[in-house]
Write a protein that binds this ligand. Structure first.
Ligand code: CMX
Ligand code: CO
Length: 141
């Protein structure tokens, strides 16, 4: 069902500072920057590699407010790994297959993710404490 790891999401207090840190340390390049009001984040995608079905990235996330998911995470746990995102060919199909196994879906239907993707989250308590995102990458021409 999973094709690949699409990205690792990292919660940051200062996006610009962490872009500088990750770019310098791992020699990665920012390929997209977005404000996603629906998810309550300002974010940057740093490209790692390309593969079958799409690329893989580090996603740096700064909350837009303290009561957003990433804002609450920072207050509780501090900066660090926030979620792991798996690339799937069809996000609705993956949601249905995983939902049937009793894992709680945090989204009833896919939402807009980075770079034109469609995404949905799974409850961390049902996935061994790991907040999990399913990503269907935008179609490439
Ligand atoms: N990873 C692991 N566990 C997490 C977590 C995370 N990122 N966020 C919350 N939890 C745990 C908490 O530690 C808490 O556990 P305890 O009850 O043992 O303390 C439990 O889940 C509930 O957490 P909470 O702080 O009370 O927060 P909420 O229940 O209000 O929300 C969650 C938690 C996961 C449902 C919410 O953060 C959510 O809907 N996340 C999905 C959307 C999202 O994170 N968007 C931002 C990223 C956008 C992107 O990738 O593009
Ligand atoms: Co993500």
């Amino acid at each position: 069902m999973f094709m690949r790891i699409d990205h690792i999401g990292i919660a940051c207090r200062d996006l610009e500072e962490k872009i500088e840190l990750f770019s310098r340390t791992f020699e990665l390049t920012v390929v997209a920057r977005e404000v996603n009001e629906e998810q309550g984040v300002k974010e940057a995608m740093l490209h790692i590699a390309d593969g079958e079905g799409g690329g893989s990235y580090i996603q740096l996330l700064e909350p837009l407010s303290d009561d957003s998911p990433v804002g609450k995470f920072l207050a509780k746990r501090g900066e660090g790994v926030h979620h792991v995102a798996f690339g799937v060919p069809d996000v609705e199909e993956a949601m249905a297959t995983i939902g049937e196994k009793g894992v709680r879906l945090l989204d009833e239907r896919p939402r807009h993710g980075s770079m034109g993707s469609q995404i949905a989250f799974l409850h961390p308590k049902d996935v061994g404490g790991m907040l999990t995102e399913l990503v269907q990458a935008a179609k490439q021409d």
